[in-house]
Design a protein around this ligand. Structure first.
Ligand code: PRT
Ligand code: ZN
Length: 283
């Protein structure tokens, strides 16, 4: 049984559960419980505060977990990064009052920085050779300069609107972050096998999300050029249409490339292009 700690409530909770469900795990208990056992996979979920998850893993109360990379790095516990999960993307940035003129990182010399991430800030200042005070606070960091508690802050930024509404501007990106699957580096072999099985499923879900199934009608003389452009997993499937000289071509295309390729496909004479989501993709 692999015990996976996920956030009890907050920004990571919904997407963490969604990923596990899309990976085929089925949970009976509601999310208000402390624990939930999958009824079709040897996994038990523990619902915890995200800040506590690295310690629980180090103490081997949990075997694995899903946290923001910012928490993984800040906590400096015996945790291994297993996979980036492509959600809860954000950055940890330094921000200062908008009226200030930022002259580069030396601006921070001798200043006070309020943050919930003292370890990360300490390391950042060290790499820049800057001495500054670090004032650790656990919440509402963005109000610190306004109430005279600090000259600058280091906090999570996503859209930037929190900084804006507090009269601050972002001046340094300390790190970028996204949700990550982490695990104890000392898992017993049975637990490791379950983790690998889960990881395989997560990879299939992630590849499927990044790719689309694409179908189109094309003139036979365009088949070769289109095949080169969207080779798919091995090669496209090509079936003759009822109309002579035409074929139906099916392939897989990367989501990011899709819009770039669509105009070229049309210029090759492709018509009736359909793009369909893929649920799982085993490569
Ligand atoms: O209760 P618990 O301790 O479990 O949760 P929490 O309150 O500590 O964390 P939570 O749920 O707020 O965030 C969990 C994780 O989501 C973080 O550790 C980040 O990895 C990630 N994440 C992604 C964010 C954001 N985006 C985010 N925007 N975490 C926090 N914010 C906050 C930020 O602190 C700031 O107050 O949102 C505000 C900034 O957002 P913008 O859009 O105004 O820039
Ligand atoms: Zn937290």
């Amino acid at each position: 049984m692999l015990r996976i700690a996920i956030q009890k409530s907050g920004r990571l909770q919904e997407d963490s559960l969604k990923l596990l469900k899309e990976s085929g795990l089925h949970f009976n208990n509601g999310k208000d419980q402390l624990k939930a056992k999958a009824d079709n996979f040897p996994v038990e979920l523990l619902f915890l505060r995200d800040d506590d998850i690295p310690q629980y893993i180090e103490d081997q109360v949990a075997d694995a977990g899903i946290v923001g990379e910012n928490i993984l790095i800040e906590k400096e516990k015996k945790n291994e990064l297993i996979r980036r999960l492509d959600f809860a993307k954000c950055r940890l940035s330094i921000a200062i009052p908008r009226a200030e003129t930022y002259t580069g990182s030396t601006w921070l010399q001798g200043k006070n920085i309020a943050t919930s991430y003292p370890n990360i800030v300490r390391k950042f200042l060290k790499t820049k050779n800057i001495e500054a005070g670090i004032h650790e606070i656990s919440g509402s960091v963005e109000i610190a300069p306004g109430i005279g508690l600090a000259d600058a802050i280091c906090d999570i930024v996503s859209s930037g609107s929190t900084l804006l509404s507090n009269g601050l501007k972002e001046v340094e990106t300390v790190m970028t972050s996204e949700a990550v699957l982490i695990a104890s580096p000392n898992l017993a072999s049975e637990k490791k096998a379950v983790l690998n099985d889960l990881l395989f499923r997560i990879q299939s879900v992630q590849s499927a999300k990044n790719n689309k199934y694409i179908l189109m009608n094309c003139p036979n003389e365009a088949i070769e050029k289109i095949t080169q452009m969207i080779p798919g997993m091995k090669s496209p499937t090509i079936m003759p249409l009822g109309r002579p000289g035409w074929s139906s071509l099916h392939s897989v295309v990367n989501e990011n490339d899709f819009w770039k390729k669509i105009n070229q496909l049309k210029s090759y004479g492709a018509e009736g292009i359909l793009v369909i989501p893929i649920e799982k993709m085993i490569v």
